[in-house]
Design a protein around this ligand. Structure first.
Ligand SMILES: [Zn+2]
Length: 131
């Protein structure tokens, strides 16, 4: 590959790694977000469309909800463990509710970039993206 050539034929793991860095899953060169909750419409380098239409973000919402539920359960169990053997239920409940409010907001950009990577990966056939 010559210098300046963009590797578009990327598998799931490379695309997911780029997504976790909030970069374009296809080329990894351009950021997906302009600000925390404001996305670019397409990649400035490879022109990958980030928003593919109505209903596209349902998968990202599913990722976000699944991650948030798992993380809130972990926070609940850790706060329960930290206050055992005599749990401080008020503290456990407040910490768990706070986690349930904050974690989905913090994971929001990652859920979107991971969804873009997963959806793009699902459209790959022999290194070619299907429309
Ligand atoms: Zn790109």
């Amino acid at each position: 590959m010559s210098q300046g050539t963009v590797a578009y034929n990327t598998g799931w793991w490379r695309g997911a790694g780029r997504a976790l860095l909030l970069r374009c899953p296809r080329c990894g060169r351009s950021p997906v977000f302009r600000r925390l909750f404001l996305m670019n419409h397409k990649c400035a380098t490879c022109l990958l469309e980030f928003d593919r239409g109505t209903g596209y973000w349902l998968g990202a919402m599913m990722f976000n909800m699944g991650f948030a539920i798992g993380a809130v359960i972990v926070v609940f169990l850790l706060s329960l463990w930290a206050t055992s053997p005599d749990p401080n239920w008020d503290a456990v409940i407040y910490i768990t509710i706070g986690a349930a409010a904050v974690i989905p907001l913090l994971f929001f950009p990652f859920s979107r970039t991971l969804w873009i990577a997963a959806e793009r990966w699902a459209r790959l056939r022999d290194g070619v993206e299907l429309e």
